[in-house]
Write a protein that binds this ligand. Structure first.
Ligand code: ADP
Length: 396
């Protein structure tokens, strides 16, 4: 303490101790607010800086019950608007702002440009002056920038992760296509050569076996080409559907019958309700059922059952293919319908494939205004259920 202060004398115009303390407090407050802003602006993820920002609001601006809500999609309707306290709107210089009474709740809109990024709501502990509100408005502008930057960053990270995954899936797809083509062509070439060069040395059974192998490989090449063509057509919207009343009760057993050679390792049980007529494209139904049955044959052990059933239920024709193979883990059931996706485990992954069959199935089901789900066959196995609209919904 100086001698002058000790004697209690002040020069004219010199601030008293209280004014000095208040000035220092105001400077300290400004400093804290500034630091909080810098932290927000420097943060790559606003989440870390948000707690210290809220503490600053509580301590320096004497606000309670501070909540910050973020609009994930600024174009979506604001469902919380009704529940939020009244909005305070005004310019950053505080000129047109009115004080907030002690205990009053209020909201500030967090804007970036003409977009609403979120809202900050709080309760005034004591009266909040227009000057303090103006400081808060500036803080909110900075907060809006930080929140929006974080959102853009997260969007970009998601896009990059998606692109990376797509690139990986495409690389795997190209690898699978090459492998499929090479395997089938090698088998066809090899056995055709044996048949032509060694014909006199082969007995009837061997000859029949070689022909069956050539035939199987040619057919798998054919279906690979069909799948690729369908995929290209679907991507260029060049697929022509003829949606009309289709008697599925007649069509389904016919398709199962056509696939008897492929299904000869399994026991196929067919249960078809009569007079199930759907409003659909018959070619699509054939592609859908053929793909599901080929997968059932491919992924299940020889000798197991494959059950095909058709029934009408709640205005829909429900076509089910249930097998007794390894099934599809619950965590993978949504993804198996993605293009190029193959389940990455020992069992199913060992079978040959390109991961486009189920993607095609789902696209075709969508184009026919239907839906598809996969779950578990009671007792184990994969069960695919396709629903298509009934021609006369009152029947089902
Ligand atoms: P692909 O069979 O050519 O790999 P799909 O799109 O037809 O491609 O199938 C995607 C993945 O779903 C398969 O790789 C396999 O892991 C899994 N899957 C499909 N059907 C079955 C099934 N019936 N049983 C077990 N897994 C299956």
């Amino acid at each position: 303490m100086t001698a002058r202060e000790a004697s209690g004398t002040r020069q004219p115009g010199e601030p008293d101790a209280l004014t000095t303390a208040l000035d220092e407090r105001a400077q300290q407050r400004e400093l804290h607010l500034l630091r909080s802003m810098v932290l927000l602006l420097r943060s790559t993820d606003v989440g870390d800086a948000l707690h210290s920002f809220m503490d600053t609001l509580r301590d320096e601006l004497e606000l309670d019950d501070v909540t910050i809500s973020v609009m994930r999609d600024p174009t979506a309707p604001d469902g919380d608007a009704e529940r939020r306290p009244p909005t305070v709107d005004g310019s950053a210089d505080g000129g047109d702002l009115l004080p907030i009474a002690p205990g009053e709740m209020f909201t500030l809109v967090l804007r970036r440009g003409d977009r609403t990024v979120g809202h900050l709501s709080a309760r005034a502990r004591d009266e909040v002056s227009p000057t303090t509100l103006a400081s808060l408005t500036v803080l909110c502008d900075v907060l809006a920038v930080a929140l929006d930057t974080t959102r853009v960053l997260h969007d970009e990270q998601r896009t990059v992760a998606g692109l990376r995954e797509l690139a990986e899936l495409k690389a795997r797809f190209l690898g699978s296509v090459t492998h499929e083509l090479r395997t089938s062509v090698t088998i066809i070439e090899g056995f055709a050569m044996l048949l032509s060069r060694q014909a006199p040395l082969l007995d009837e059974r061997q000859r029949a076996d070689f022909v069956a192998r050539i035939w199987n490989s040619a057919r798998s090449l054919g279906s690979l080409v069909e799948d690729l063509l369908d995929l290209t057509r679907l991507e260029s919207s060049g697929i022509n559907l003829v949606i009309r009343s289709v008697d599925l009760s007649g069509l389904v057993p016919k398709i199962v019958g056509q696939m008897s050679v492929l299904l000869e390792r399994n026991t196929v049980l067919t249960s078809v309700a009569p007079d199930v007529v759907a409003l659909t494209d018959p070619g699509s139904v054939e592609r859908i059922l053929t793909n599901l049955l080929s997968n059932a044959a491919k992924y299940t052990p020889a000798g197991t059952e494959i059950a095909v059933s058709l029934r009408a239920s709640a205005g829909q024709a429900v076509l089910t293919v249930a097998d007794r193979g390894p099934g599809i883990p619950a965590s993978e059931r949504r993804r198996v319908f993605d293009r190029f996706y193959r389940v990455d485990d020992g069992g199913a992954a060992a079978a040959r494939g390109m991961g486009i069959g189920l993607a095609l199935v789902r696209d075709l089901v969508d184009l026919n205004s239907g839906s598809i789900i996969v779950d578990e066959t009671p007792g184990g196995g994969a069960r695919f259920s396709v629903s298509l609209p009934l021609a006369d919904p009152l029947v089902g």
